[in-house]
Design a protein around this ligand. Sequence first.
Ligand code: PLP
Length: 374
Amino acid sequence: MGIFDVYPCYNITIEKAKDMLLWDSEGNEYLDMYGGHAVISVGHSNYHFVNMLKKQIDKIAFYSNSIVIQQQQELAHRLTAISGKEWYNMFLCNSGAEANENAFKLASFHNGKKKIISFSGSFHGRTSLAVAATDDNKITAPVNENSDVVILPYNDIEALEEEFMKGGVTAVIVEAIQGVGGVQVATQRFLEKMRMLCYTYDAVMIADCVQCGCGRTGRYFALDESGVEADIYTMAKGIGFPMGGLLISPKIRAEYGMLGTTFGGSYLACTAALAVIDEIEDRELMKNAGEMGHYLVEEIKALKSDKILEVRGRGLMIGVEFNCDATPIRSRLLSMENIFVGNAKNKRIIRLLPSMTISKETCDKFVKSLKKVL
Ligand code: PLP
């Protein structure tokens, strides 16, 4: 008996963490340039975050959605304000995949259609429709195969228009910056055309901001950079707690029972999400993410390593593409320099998703270590 073995793990036991640093059971110190998989927006064990949660758990940890939960009301207000989507409504669930599942359901309830368009390189989660819309055969079980999902080439405007013309499209789901796909950025024209086609053909535009949301790219949602407005935004990771959420355009009407969850929007999750928003606002962390991200990209480029093909992304969602398999580089960053970074579906890429609290000194330390490892 043991743990169902689905994760290839490093044999490291982390015992405590503070901001961007982690310490293992033997007292070794690590630098977290991966933000615990883009979850840690405001630093590990953030004082305000911990304090708010401690106070909340002393009062009440859980009750069902059959009563008014004041923290949900406050979160709806704060989330729509920080993202500039004041007229949108919020629904809370428990993960990124669940947020996307709910978004698909809402689209289909709204326009009565069935076909979903997603894109090459996409990752939308591991549950039923979310995994069907994900471009990865290896994680799609036969039961998930769904003929109503069409995966088109990312950034291909003609293919998108052709598919719409065939009819039946309920929704298009897009990551404005793909995460698992290797930090690929959608073009302005592609996003604008998608918006226009969704209007024309009465389809719902879903911005999957599970990874590129919550301020990491310097905007609350990465899509905002384009000026294009989605009908639904999904989010999770950067909320900083096991929680998923949707911001939903008022054109999509709610009805009792159309969505639901037991745990979604609990006191603890809402308190955690509110604490993260407090920190992002009080410490201007979106601005820091934009500035430090730019600095980090330029410093990595300045290494002028012949092994580096491209450094791309926005804010603190950065992909470094090498001319070789990056697995040994990632392993050496950890074994020689005690630095965690992420990988991507394409093995030549490493992903940097550090906390939005990162300083110039920490960026410099990382670049120095990368240089040494290369
Ligand atoms: N969407 C994107 C863009 C993601 O990167 C992920 C997770 O990596 C998901 C959805 C799924 O989120 P979760 O693992 O919380 O279900």
